[in-house]
Design a protein around this ligand. Structure first.
Ligand SMILES: Nc1nc2c(ncn2[C@@H]2O[C@H](COP(=O)(O)OP(=O)(O)OP(=O)(O)O)[C@@H](O)[C@H]2O)c(=O)[nH]1
Length: 195
């Protein structure tokens, strides 16, 4: 499938407590742009689920007032989704590019998800039908992986071969994540079909 024909909705979660970072990490700036601006500007009309509305050029902002964590935040976004696939991410991947979303949403699976040594459910592409069918059965994002019958795990090796820099996957939870050089593990892609 060519990238130009790919069609998916994008959900960006931006309502976490940022306890480890010490201030709202979505509003932290690199090169004069907040993390949330950096990631949201990659996409045409992302759905941003946030605890407070911010100034963002594009995107539909959905107010999250439920304190339920990422799964509840995705539930709030569901009425806004119409495309067959949904790329789900967080504001705390400030270097993530649209190429990654295109890449993982091109896989034929209920879930395709990046493995950087740890599975990254917030660098994941989910079938909308699968999300709708299962959202009430899960408590945390990784529970989706247990429920899916067809999963494509995108390893760092495959991503390196596409020329996408591994820095794209830096997940900022605390200040050290911004200053230390990021070394994801060498992982191989795999397609899993559960019978
Ligand atoms: N809308 C929404 N987003 C959330 C929620 N919890 C986490 N997120 C987002 O999901 C992503 C991953 O969050 P975490 O790093 O696991 O949690 P966090 O609360 O932001 O940070 P810590 O308090 O340090 O655990 C971030 O982009 C958060 O903004 C929530 O309840 N609602």
């Amino acid at each position: 499938m060519s990238f130009s024909t790919l069609s998916y909705n994008v959900v960006i979660l931006a309502g976490g407590a940022s306890k480890r970072f010490g201030e709202d990490k979505c509003d932290h700036e690199i090169d004069c742009k907040t993390f949330l601006q950096r990631i949201s500007e990659n996409f045409d009309e992302p759905i941003i689920v946030t605890k407070r509305i911010r100034r963002i050029k594009n995107g539909i902002q959905v107010l999250d007032n439920v304190n339920g964590g990422p799964v509840e935040a995705i539930k709030l976004a569901l009425p806004y989704l119409s495309k067959e696939k949904v790329f789900i991410t967080g504001c705390d991947y400030p270097f993530l590019s649209k190429r990654i979303a295109d890449e993982i949403c091109s896989k034929d699976a209920e879930i395709s998800i990046v493995d950087t040594g740890e599975l990254q459910p917030l660098i994941g592409c989910y079938s909308l039908k699968f999300l709708r069918d299962n959202i009430d059965k899960v408590k945390k994002m990784l529970d989706f992986v247990q429920l899916a019958k067809r999963i494509y795990i995108v390893g760092t090796h495959e991503i390196r071969l596409k020329g996408i820099p591994l820095k794209s996957f830096v997940n900022v939870n605390n200040w050290d994540d911004l200053t230390n050089s990021y070394k994801p593990k060498f992982t191989l892609s795999k397609y899993i079909i559960k019978c």
